[in-house]
Design a protein around this ligand. Structure first.
Ligand SMILES: Cc1cc2nc3c(=O)[nH]c(=O)nc-3n(C[C@H](O)[C@H](O)[C@H](O)COP(=O)(O)O)c2cc1C
Length: 209
């Protein structure tokens, strides 16, 4: 590729240089193209025993052996630490709940900032049930609840990756017995802005070999 080719490419593409963009734009650019994002609906307990629930869409699988997941926590608008991260640091435990699409409104409601002494299960009228291996509760209606112990915290720029080993999983009856995956019609994904995808069309590629 020579210089002219690169110039041509620049002329037909919108070029975004993160260090020249206004604050908040880079986040919107990234969150607007990594789509749809799965949602970790993370339940934790504070050192004082207050239950907490919040959604995180910067979320994926981190390791297959041991089974581990990762989600990313940004700062609060005033540069402080979100309750979820404070609680994970205090207890070393959390549960990643996979919400059904019917819980979209509840998931969204738990994304608002509540003071640390407010139980978000109660505030948002969400039923909990005891977890089996960790002390934070699980969401009663979750498709799957991944009970996790903190493995590692990794600072990445403004955000913090929380990596947890899945020590036990519970699933709503039926989902894992036959197919080892949750029903696609019930999957909830995060789109850009305050928008969600609730019913994805699933296709399989035709093999060319
Ligand atoms: C669907 C959804 C996805 C979100 N994803 C993230 C995320 O990946 N990282 C993050 O820091 N905040 C994310 N948020 C915002 C947090 O949920 C929000 O800051 C929440 O109040 C944190 O609660 P906490 O202080 O109880 O931990 C998301 C909000 C919504 C509604």
């Amino acid at each position: 590729m020579d210089e002219n080719t690169i110039t041509d490419v620049d002329q037909v593409r919108d070029v975004l240089r993160p260090d020249e963009l206004p604050e908040g734009f880079v986040y919107r650019m990234l969150a607007g193209c990594v789509l749809p994002r799965p949602i970790a609906w993370v339940s934790t307990k504070s050192a004082a025993g207050v239950m907490n629930l919040a959604p995180f869409s910067f979320f994926t699988v981190a390791s297959r052996s041991p089974g581990a997941v990762v989600f990313s926590v940004g700062p609060t608008p005033d540069g402080g630490i979100k309750d979820t991260l404070a609680n994970v640091r205090a207890t070393g435990e959390f549960v990643v709940n996979i919400a059904p699409s019917s819980s979209m409104t509840s998931v969204n409601a738990t994304g608002f900032a509540y003071p640390p002494d407010v139980d978000e299960f109660q505030a948002c009228n969400i039923a909990d049930r005891p977890s089996l291996a960790v002390s934070p509760p699980s969401v009663a209606d979750a498709l799957v609840s991944l009970e996790c112990r903190l493995m590692q915290e990794v600072a990445v720029g403004s955000d913090c990756l929380v990596i947890g080993e899945v020590v036990l999983a519970t699933a709503a009856p039926g989902h894992y017995r036959e197919r080892l995956h949750v029903e696609t019609s019930q999957v909830l994904g995060r789109m850009s802005g305050p928008r969600y995808v609730t019913d994805m069309r699933i296709e399989s590629p035709t093999s060319t070999k």
